[in-house]
Design a protein around this ligand. Structure first.
Ligand code: NAD
Length: 264
């Protein structure tokens, strides 16, 4: 199996790359953080896996077309596209409310999180269609695509869009034997969450509250999500198609924090 994973320099993408490679897959690690991405691919090779790094900004159609051609050329095809690259508005600006957010910020968040997945699917499609190994696309959604968050106007809109992009691609690509699924994490311990929490003056209190919204009483680790991605991409999930799958430690199962359950 050959995986192409976008945004795989670090976080959930890097964890998925490492897990897939440890299970025998070829992995194309792709990102805009070239030094970090090269190091991630090198670490996989050092551990005995097969991985290469390729630069790609998923919002740029030319770069996406090049990525898919290079990936297919390197490993002889593409079997799994993991649309993992993502960015939250709070990572690029403090102007995240409706009154302050610029049109450029909204466009950028939609371009990376939603259009990027469309472009990657579009240019991976001919290669996935040629695969004889149960090809599939796995898209990164979020619980922020199900409920409102602070902040989240652009990110939440993009992630909600990913859910319906998933279902429509599942319909469109069914005749080609390509499954398309989406998973939606709650908080996972990556830069996307930890940088924001650590930058806050009351970071310990914020983390305690965040943890308390999860019935499992912890936030997720990248490997928790990597395991689901590898399952969705595997033969074991051959009857799973067009789903938007929560992986949220129970956080959307209720409205509350665990202190009311005596779990402080
Ligand atoms: N961490 C969480 O709590 C959480 C929750 C729900 C969903 N997600 C989603 O999981 C995915 C992975 O995020 P993460 O938590 O590992 O965060 P992360 O910031 O560690 O990783 C995101 C990666 O995407 C890359 N990226 C950003 N813009 C890009 C672009 N234009 N082209 C290519 N790559 C780009 C970044 O360089 C980074 O390596 C994202 O889609 C994110 O929205 C994360």
């Amino acid at each position: 199996m050959t995986f192409v994973i976008t945004g795989a320099a670090r976080g959930i993408g890097a964890s998925t790359a490492g897990l897939a490679a440890s299970r025998g897959a070829n992995v194309v690690v792709s990102d805009v953080l070239d030094d970090v991405g090269e190091a991630t691919a090198a670490a996989i090779r050092d551990a005995g896996g097969r991985a290469v790094y390729h630069h790609c900004d998923v919002s740029d159609a030319d770069q996406v077309r090049e990525l898919m051609a290079a990936a297919a050329g390197h490993f002889g095809g593409i079997d799994v596209l993991h649309n993992n690259a993502g960015v939250h508005e709070s990572m690029i600006t403090e102007d995240t409310s409706l009154a302050t957010m610029s049109e450029e910020t909204f466009d950028r968040i939609l371009a990376v999180n939603l259009k990027g997945a469309f472009l990657c699917a579009k240019y991976a499609h001919p290669h996935l269609k040629a695969s004889r190994r149960g090809p599939s696309i796995v898209n990164a959604g979020s619980i922020a695509g199900w409920i409102g968050t602070i902040p989240g106007i652009a990110y939440g809109s993009a992630k909600a869009g990913i859910g319906l992009l998933t279902k429509n691609l599942a319909v469109d690509l069914a005749p080609d034997g390509i499954r398309v699924n989406c998973y939606c994490p709650a908080a996972v311990a990556t830069s996307m969450v930890t940088d924001v929490v650590e930058a806050a003056p009351d970071s310990a209190a914020i983390m305690k509250t965040l943890v308390g919204t999860h019935l499992v009483h912890r936030i997720g680790e990248p490997i928790d999500v990597a395991r689901l991605v590898c399952f969705l991409a595997s033969e074991e999930a051959s009857f799973v198609n067009g789903v938007v799958w929560l992986i949220d430690g129970g956080s959307l199962a209720w409205r509350g924090t665990v202190d009311v359950l005596g779990m402080e």
